[in-house]
Design a protein around this ligand. Structure first.
Ligand code: NAD
Length: 495
């Protein structure tokens, strides 16, 4: 029997009003018998209503001066900043992540809104692109239209706002589809945001594939910001073909970390690589998913790394003694657990270390202790896939050629890191990697800040987010050519 502790409801909300729907429970992954709240099962009919509301609100919102839109978004940011503490607790209870991670996630709403409002003047007026004897050419940015924002469960609030803030500032109206696995804190944040804006500017349809695919295929939706797995991203691309939607795809990753011969294998390096792999239990798109260590450093690295990983404490994210929390949902838990079992059965050495915070309550949660895999082939499943859980393979290599080939031998291309004291060598390796970001001697949250373009090569996505890159992604460039002299243009002679 599920135990209802305190309920929270993530409803379908259209133009500020809840809409009737079926609901399903949201469980606490640290205690799966505890129901944290309920989430609406959004349908294609809900999407229809939400898109209609967003389309009705579009003429008014897009005609509102960008500076006024920024004022309203700033007021929403101030309001949201007051709720971070309370909502971070809710997020940990539904998502599982430790509390400091939830503070960053929920705190992202106000932070990202404030950042983008600072760019309002870039949208406020058209620029003169060219002025000469032939006339004046103006260049403006216009909103794309109704925008769908589809969000995964790992960092639901932060990732939603990376699309929402630039989309709204640019004059688009939105329909947000939170993940069915982490909808509650985001639902509350969206309610606060929507209350500061005209009705219909922000609408929410929680749910799974039915709501997501209906939003992607809807002919009145002109733009989709999708963040999620590469497999779903491929479906999104197919579904969006009907009206040739403008797409931003932030997809999966299989980030390599490359430890060069010049690396000093000390506590700092080892601790950074623990953070790089195990933050959010390995469930961040740009967590390190595989480590390649130069053979001259390999044995030393593995020994120290195992010691450091062994210090990880796995438990309820609300307990400050936990270093990492549970995996977010049962399908993902079973996927990672089965992958570890297959890796072991295939002959690799899997060392499962770390400490259970609450051994008695262990089986109530979706907990996995951290695992380090050695004696594994470069082509093994655990090396080639996006495991998205607290397990990492560590492999030796001999030459730059070899490790660059290993690193690039994947359909993913999100990020990578290169570790060593020889900066020039690290830079030369970095430039050969097929991915959107390469970090030197670090690889964790904060390494790609809001101003730096972020996105993937190959199967890790299309387009770039953050900064002006996101504003570019949710606006169309419009040229207005005001000619006074067209005599030089080609054409048949006057009759
Ligand atoms: P997912 O692809 O399963 O789901 C993402 C979202 O898409 C959810 O809201 C889901 O309900 C919805 N969805 C499911 N089927 C759909 C369909 N047919 N059409 C439209 N929407 C649909 O991903 P997930 O498991 O929620 O998240 C983990 C994945 O997200 C990982 O692969 C991770 O790397 C990736 N991710 C990428 C980034 C990035 O910035 N590149 C950031 C975070 C997470």
């Amino acid at each position: 029997m599920s135990q209802l502790v305190s309920t929270d409801r993530a409803a379908v909300v259209v133009a500020g009003k809840p809409v009737a729907s079926q609901f399903q429970p949201v469980h606490n992954p640290a205690r799966t018998d505890e129901v944290v709240g309920e989430v609406a099962v959004g349908t294609a009919a809900h999407v229809e209503r939400a898109v209609a509301a967003a389309a009705d609100a579009f003429p008014g919102w897009s005609a509102t001066p960008a500076t006024r839109r920024a004022e309203l978004l700033l007021a929403a940011a101030d309001d949201l900043a007051d709720h971070v503490d309370e909502l971070a607790t809710l997020l940990t209870r539904e998502q599982g992540k430790v509390r400091w991670e939830s503070m960053i996630d929920v705190g992202g709403a106000a932070k990202i809104l404030r950042y983008y409002t600072g760019l309002a003047d870039r949208l406020a007026a058209d620029e003169v692109f060219r002025r000469d004897d032939r006339g004046t050419v103006h260049l403006g940015r216009r909103p794309v239209g109704v925008t769908g924002i589809i969000v995964p469960w790992n960092s639901p609030v932060y990732l939603a706002f990376l699309g929402l803030a630039p989309a709204l500032l640019a004059g688009n109206t939105v329909v947000v589809k939170p993940s069915e696995y982490a909808p509650l804190a985001l639902g509350r944040v969206l309610d606060v945001l929507a209350a500061h804006l005209p009705p219909g500017v922000v609408n929410t349809v929680p749910g799974g594939a039915e709501a997501g695919s209906a939003l992607v295929a809807h002919p009145r939706v002109r733009k989709v910001f999708f963040t999620g797995s590469t497999a779903t991203g491929q479906q999104v691309m197919r579904g969006a073909a009907g009206n040739l939607k403008n797409l931003s795809l932030e997809l999966g990753g299989n980030d390599p970390a490359i430890v060069l011969p010049s690396a000093r294998v000390d506590d700092r390096l080892v601790d950074e690589l623990v953070r790089a792999v195990f933050t959010l239990s390995g469930q961040i798109c740009f967590d390190v998913k595989r480590i390649y260590v130069h053979r001259s450093r390999y044995a030393d690295f593995v020994e120290r790394y195992l010691d450091a990983v062994d210090r990880i404490v796995v438990g309820d994210g609300l307990d400050p003694a936990s270093t990492i929390g549970p995996v977010n949902n049962r399908p993902q838990f079973e996927r990672v657990r089965d992958l570890i079992e297959r890796t072991r059965a295939a002959g690799a050495t899997v060392r499962t270390v770390g400490r259970k915070l609450d051994p008695e309550g262990w089986d109530r949660g979706l907990f996995l202790l951290p695992s380090v895999v050695t004696d594994v082939e470069p082509g093994a499943e655990i090396v080639g896939c996006e495991q998205f859980g607290p397990v990492v393979p560590v492999l030796p290599y001999d030459t730059d050629e070899q490790v660059v080939a290993y690193a690039n031998d994947t359909e993913f291309g999100l990020s990578a890191s290169v570790w060593g004291e020889d900066r020039e060598h690290a830079l030369s390796v970095a430039r050969r990697l097929e991915c959107g970001s390469v970090f030197l001697n670090v690889h964790r949250l904060g390494a790609s800040d809001m101003t730096m373009p972020f996105g993937g090569f190959k199967g890790s996505g299309i387009g770039r987010g953050h900064g002006m890159y996101s504003l570019d992604a949710c606006t169309e460039l419009q040229v207005i050519a005001d000619y006074v002299d067209v005599s030089g243009f080609p054409g048949p002679p006057p009759s």
